[in-house]
Structure formats: structure tokens, C-alpha cells
Design a protein around this ligand. Sequence first.
Ligand code: NAD
Length: 527
Amino acid sequence: MSTQTRPTPLTSTTEIISYDPATGEEIGRAPQTTAAQVTAAVKRARAAQPAWASLTFRERARFILSARQIVLDEIDEIATLISRETGKPVSEAISMEIVPTLDLMHYFARYTANLLRPQKIDIGQYGLMGRTSRIVYKPLGVVGIISPWNFPWATPLDEVVMALMAGNAVAVKPSELTPLTALKIGDVFERADLPAGLLSVFTGDGATGVALIDAPVDKIMFTGSVATGKRVAEAAAKHLTSVVLELGGKDPMIVLEDANLDNAVRGAVWGAFANSGQACASIERCYVQESIAPEFIERVVAETKALKQNVGTAADTDVGAMSSERQLRIVDEHVQDALQRGAHIPTGGRRAPDFAGTFYEPTVLIDVDHRMEIMREETFGPVLPIMTFRTDAEAVALANDSIYGLTASVWTKDIARGKRLAEQIEAGTVMINEVVYTHALAQTPWGGVKQSGFGRTHGRLGLLELVSPQHVHVNRISFVPDVWWFRYSPPAGKLFHGLAKHFTTGSVVKSSRLLPQMIRRFFEIRS
Ligand code: NAD
């Protein structure tokens, strides 16, 4: 079959055309939302938000759970749409996108009230003076979500659910490659009777994303590349809008000599090739201890050769098409660069010749080193480069030799050794004997360090990004003036020295020595 390049998505002034990357066929069209439309919709969202924020968590949860039921009822239709827009197998659309979101919807519907319960703060000796402090968590207003194409369902939907449960209105700007999946999210919530204006989906390209930031909104949750993330942070800074940046990764897998080899091999192959390697947490670098390297590589290669590559809608497809021609070209450039610098390819290494769409063969690379793009830049495709190491220290140094720090994994039966290494690795998440999947855990924080971004999504830390913590401080003894108020005098100065020496130690016994001076000061201020 001849190879055919997938048309890049057409963005005219009025609409975007969405194509199936596996076949090049048009799937449907979506509007190219204009800046004026974005501004007007954000205004409507702002007007709708206070009534939503006044609902109880239980009342908000009812809408989330109705939407959840609609997703469950239409799971096959939604999975097929995701598969057709991205090229991923329907099975992955279900296992990696829909199952985690159903779980997350349930979790935050049930536990947000608890996670955002007002918190009392222990203020030490001030507490003894009849003062109390607590934090209440207030919604931000309108949260803007800008999302990529690789998990077009899970990434925006997770954040929509969390932002809504926290009492916000939400505006989503999905990737121009996957507009129809995002419109389906809007459709689900509309049929769940979410109050009008509260959730908007703005299909469009980068310009629509810029318009959303400039609307302006009260927070930007951005997931995408490092280059765009920097532009987003810059644009948001003009409005002093805070941002969470979930950016790229070059995630390392370290396989120690005592690892369970069967599982390490399967984990490496799934972690590198699931979603055609287009997950921010895909294994992009594998480091295996020298003594087990020959056997590990042989088994990884055999396992890779056994994978079935086909259109995502076929029931037994393991690896589908890549999502775009542009991404496929990046993958091929990295592979070619590695070959020129001395790498070898035991399997794969080319565009799959039997398909019309953007299929790249699952590829294993050996004899790689850190001069090569494949070990430095985000490849975001079905490629697993494997390098060897001798000592634990060397493995950690190799893992940390990257501008990225999203996730990492260590494979060993010695959990204490695994944890020791984990603590030395620069990454937002380190998994021991696991790979990729913690994005699916609603309870745990997700996010990176270094150029992988900042801020968190998911878990309580992710929820806290979507609220404004307000500190409420109460002095119950309202008739007693504070000793540090006007007017100042020599006895006041003496007392302040006493505070510096005794009160700041936190010791009630030491502070009690100041009591006579404090009482004198009280009368001094009142006189
Ligand atoms: P991208 O940066 O090209 O686009 C992301 C989104 O930003 C799209 O919706 C795009 O239209 C929009 N956009 C483009 N220019 C913009 C601008 N100037 N202002 C505002 N918005 C703009 O990323 P992509 O190619 O869609 O996604 C792949 C990248 O996403 C990879 O680098 C991957 O690692 C990363 N990613 C990270 C995570 C994570 O959790 N850290 C998750 C998924 C994907």
C-alpha cells in the first residue's frame, strides 16, 4: 500500500476539519472560535459562576454524577470517537482515558467536600490570647483549560470536573487536532443539565488559546509542549493570571539487576509503545544494568516484534497510528540522528509501509548515548532507546541528565534500594515497579519539575490549584488592645525586647514572665 501523508488540520477563519490519522478521512468539523466569541462566553461564565458556587458540594456532585452516567451509557461511541480522532486503539481509549475519568468523576464528586474542608491552623501562643485562624477555600471564578491532543478526553475532562467541583465556571480550549472529542465533553455536560454558561468549549487553534488567556480568566491550566507553555506563561503574566504548566517529559526507566525481568520487559514495552509512545510519561529512555542487559534487550525486542499494529478501531490492535504527520516526522528525525551517531535498530525504525496513515513501527534502539537527540529531546513516539549502566549512582546521574523531570521508574525487588534511588531522581513522580499509569490515580498529584513545568493536577494538591485559600483570623477578646499598638514609650520598648527574647521561643513558661509588663502596657494603651 502506498504511504499517504495525513492532511494537517485545516483551520479556516470559520472551521477546523478533523481527520482520522489512520486513514486520512475527514471525521467532522468544528468551529474556529473567534476572540470576540471567547470574550463573550467568558463573560457569561462569570455571570453564571456565583450561583454555582452557592450550591453545596453534594448539589454540584449530582451534575457530575449525571454526566458520569451518560459517559458510561455511551462508552463505546465515545471510545470510537477518541480512537478515530487520535489513532489510538479503542481499547486504550477505554483503559487509558475513559476508565480513569469515570473513577476521577466518582472520587471528586464524593470527596471534594472533605478535601476542601476549612482547616484550623495552630497559631501557638497567640491561640492562648483568644485568637483563632482557619483557612477557607473559595472558588477562583472562571478557570481556563488549554489541552493537547494525546489524551483529548481525559486531560480536559479531569480538570473540568475538579474545577466545577471546586465551584468554578470552566472554559476549555482543546487541541485543534481533536476538537470533536472536546465538543463531546461539552455535549455530555449539557445533557447532564449543567447550568447554562458554566462550561464552554472553544474549538480553535493557538489564536483561540491566546484569546482565552486574554479574556481574561482567573487561572490557566495548560497541558502541552514546553515551547507553548512558555508563551502561555508570558501571556498570562500580562494579566497576572496564575498558571499550572503540565509540559513535556523524557521519562527514564531504570532496570536494576534484581528486577523481575518478565515484568520489567512487559512494563518497558507497554510504557514505551502505549498510545504510540505519545504520552507525556511514556518511557523515552531505558537504562538497564549491564549484567542483565543482553537478556533484557533480547526479550524486549521479541515482545516488540509480537505487537499488532493496525487501525485503532480493530479489536486486537496493540499500537495504532500516531496522531499527526508532524509528530511522525519528529520521531523519524530523532531515529535518523541516532543512527548517524552509531545507534543500532534491532526492530522497527521506519514508517510502517503497510498503512496509508501516520503509522510508525514500534522501534527499539541500542548503542545509544546522551549526545543523541533520542536521549535528550522529547520524541513523543513509539521508540524505546536502551542504554546500559554499571552502578546505581551512574543510573541516577543518567536519569537526571535531562532538562525534563516529569516521571521516572525504578525496577527492583529490593524496595528499599528502589526508594533510595527514587529520592535522588529529579522528577514529579517516581514509580517503583510501575510505569506511566499514576496519571490515572485521581488521588495522587500529577506534575513535573525542571522544564516539565510547575503546579499540580489531580489529588488534593491539584484541587488546591483551583481555589483561593482565604485565611480568616478571629480575636475573641475584643476589648483588649494589642501590646504593639500605639503609643510607643520606654516601657513599650522594654516589653518588645522581652517579646524578642522570650515570646519568640514559643515557650509558654518563658513568655509568662512577660505577663506583668503586658498588663502594665494594656493600661498604658488604654489611658
Ligand atoms: P502544544 O503545546 O502544541 O499545544 C497544546 C495546546 O496549546 C493546544 O490546544 C494548542 O492549540 C494550544 N496553543 C498553541 N499555541 C498557543 C498559544 N500561543 N497560546 C495558548 N494556547 C496555545 O502541545 P501538543 O502538541 O498539543 O501536545 C503535546 C505536548 O503535550 C507534549 O510535549 C507532551 O509531553 C505534552 N503533554 C504533557 C502532559 C503532562 O501532564 N505534563 C500531558 C499530556 C501532554
